[in-house]
Design a protein around this ligand. Structure first.
Ligand code: SF4
Length: 103
């Protein structure tokens, strides 16, 4: 985990998925063959040394599709809702610290 500036992408050099040339991380749909693809992508994410950087990037840049930081779009949407709700009670908490505890 390095800098956390929105939009920075240097962490990708260490990404476990950097050699995946298929669309594993961008499955089409959520049923059928996509279920296995999503599980395979998340398995790669589990061992990724920059998973938190990736998740932070996805959340701060509003990535709508695909697997980022081990979470699919629905999981990131739920995470974002929890983050917004947490800001009502503890607005001083920074996003990266919150993500490291919540994800
Ligand atoms: S967390 Fe997953 S999607 Fe993100 S860089 Fe790592 S392997 Fe790739």
């Amino acid at each position: 985990m390095n800098d956390f500036e929105p939009g920075e992408t240097h962490w990708r050099e260490q990404a476990s998925c950097r050699d995946h040339t298929d669309n594993l991380f961008f499955p089409v749909g959520e049923t059928g063959a996509a279920v296995l693809e999503i599980a395979r992508a998340k398995a790669v994410c589990r061992d990724c040394p920059v998973g938190l950087d990736c998740l932070y990037y996805a959340v701060t840049t509003g990535q709508r599709f695909g697997i980022w930081g081990g979470l699919d779009e629905n999981e990131r949407r739920q995470l974002r809702r929890r983050w917004v709700a947490s800001q009502r009670s503890a607005p001083e908490v920074d996003l990266i610290g919150w993500l490291s505890r919540a994800s």
